[in-house]
Design a protein around this ligand. Structure first.
Ligand code: FEO
Length: 391
């Protein structure tokens, strides 16, 4: 518990030991679930709640405050912020959950919250706590269809729930710019926000226009200088890619790796940045972070049982759902005897509606004629990055 002002209390809980989120990305710094108490002259409101595995600590702090809670604001229905709602409703039998229509349905479905305990709001609607006013900003599609932000009018504070957050635990609740924080925020953006890049861009502009003094997300640090996180998001959500080729690869007998190494070397000599990512041994966070910037993504792939290696197939599937802004995709693949190697991957990559450069497939070890194919392939990639090299 920490006072932000004498009327706004931080009730977030750190979860240093959480090792994965969504059972997908490893957490290098754990995470925090941020909840905020606003003390009005007439009513008190909680903004977002708590994940159930931190319920005990959260309720203890709430008890120490000894306040009656009148409203529980649900900016978004996911259980890491709402899991504790049934307990809060029991503890404060007169309290209402305030949220939008979509989130209401989610709360009823996921937590079996009775309908009569939920009061819905429309975009722009205000709720008075006496000397404090909460204004709700629907931000549909920024992560979930039920997402909204809460704006504390008198203080010019914006509570953005998941948006602009990070899985990042430090003793200081206020952001101190560092490479570590930037990495955590970028990884978080890649997994949670990147699939909804156009909506993020739209609401980032809304926030910039609002010009809040403080941004208070529901994971990670509070931004007393919002420009820091806004500028990072402007870069990540822009249509511009970096002069970067990402090579996620899996190689059973080093042939696909040799193809990746050869092309990578050729591209680097032409001034293109390249990152190789081992799909078996790598930290998936490095994969995710580079997805944010890469202009071209080339999968290196071996064949297992007449099909693409599952690690490459899984990477293609992840690309198809994470929707990076890369403009070009391709495959460098090697096989021993036969089967369908590139088609299942191309099927997945086609969902991204980007340019697919004709993959190169090689049987067995790399031979002289194969190097010629790889030279031609590299020339195509260089051509696609020409605009970046002139910058
Ligand atoms: Fe942090 Fe989408 O919940």
């Amino acid at each position: 518990m920490q006072e932000i002002t004498n009327k706004i209390i931080y009730l977030g809980q750190n979860d240093e030991n959480r090792d994965f989120f969504d059972e997908l990305l490893p957490l290098e710094h754990g995470t925090s679930y941020n909840s905020y108490l606003i003390k009005g002259s007439d009513k008190n409101a909680l903004i977002d709640g708590m994940y159930m595995n931190k319920a005990e600590e959260y309720l203890k702090e709430l008890d120490e405050l000894g306040l009656k809670i009148d409203y529980i604001i649900a900016n978004h229905g996911e259980q890491d912020h709402t899991g504790i709602f049934p307990i809060l409703l029991e503890k404060f039998p007169e309290a209402k959950i305030i949220t939008n229509n979509i989130c209401k349905t989610n709360l009823m479905n996921m937590l079996e919250i009775p309908e009569n305990r939920i009061q819905t709001i429309q975009n722009g609607e205000e709720l008075s706590l006496g000397d404090k006013t909460l204004r709700f900003m629907i931000a549909q599609g920024v992560h979930w269809p039920d997402t909204m932000f809460t704006y504390l009018v008198e203080d010019n504070y914006l509570f953005t729930c998941d948006f602009l957050g990070a899985h990042y635990v430090v003793d200081n609740i206020y952001a101190e710019p560092s490479e570590d924080l930037k990495r955590a925020a970028k990884k978080y953006y890649a997994e949670i926000m990147m699939p909804f890049r156009s909506m993020c861009k739209k609401y980032l502009a809304v926030i910039e226009n609002l010009n809040p003094d403080i941004i208070l997300p529901s994971h990670g640090c509070i931004y007393r200088e919002p420009k820091y996180i806004i500028d990072l998001y402007k870069d990540w959500t822009s249509d511009e890619c970096k002069n970067l080729v990402l090579f996620p690869y899996v190689s059973m007998y080093k042939n696909s790796k040799s193809m990746v190494d050869y092309v990578c070397d050729k591209l680097e000599k032409q001034g293109i940045d390249c990152v190789k990512y081992d799909l078996i041994r790598g930290n998936i966070a490095d994969f995710a972070i580079n997805l944010v910037d890469a202009k071209t993504i080339i999968l290196g792939c071996s064949m297992v049982l007449a099909s693409p290696h599952p690690a490459a197939f899984n990477a293609a599937y992840l690309l198809s759902i994470m929707k990076p802004k890369a403009k070009n995709y391709s495959i460098l693949a090697s096989f021993g005897w036969g089967g369908k190697l590139t088609e299942p991957i191309v099927d997945l990559l086609s969902r991204l509606r980007a340019n697919i450069v004709e993959p190169v497939m090689i049987k067995g070890n790399l031979k002289e004629e194969d190097y010629k194919l790889l030279d031609e392939f590299s020339d195509k990639i260089v051509e696609l990055h020409k605009d970046k090299m002139l910058v």
